[in-house]
Design a protein around this ligand. Structure first.
Ligand code: FES
Length: 111
């Protein structure tokens, strides 16, 4: 099993972390959707056409991930919250055992 952590910041500044267990081979978006993580909309179901699965990867984990493809980089221009160097689309992150403990922040909105 792999455990991944989703962090959200409430309007009052409170930090809330939800930890999800999943199996290798699933995407990070699948893990979020299966667990009902509200901050991941994933409207296109992983077809890389919506950018509503935006996450911000915690420092220290970004270099553990394969680089974003050209298509993913292009879709990051369509995130609701401006993307930054740690932004990724969670449907494009395939989970492996090496990513056990991966921690990502959820943007304030996906729309
Ligand atoms: Fe649509 Fe990731 S789910 S781009």
């Amino acid at each position: 099993m792999i455990t991944v952590h989703f962090v959200s910041i409430a309007n009052d500044g409170a930090r809330h972390q939800t930890s999800v267990q999943t199996l290798p081979g699933h995407s990070l978006m699948d893990a979020a959707s299966d667990a009902g993580i509200e901050g991941i909309a994933a409207d296109c179901g992983g077809l890389l056409t919506c950018a509503t699965c935006h996450v911000i990867v915690n420092e220290g984990w970004l270099e553990q991930l394969p680089p974003a493809s050209t298509d993913e980089q292009a879709m990051l221009d369509f995130t609701a919250v401006p993307h930054n160097k740690n932004s990724r689309l969670s449907c494009q992150i395939q989970l492996t055992q090496a990513l056990d403990g991966l921690t990502v922040a959820l943007p304030a909105t996906q729309y």
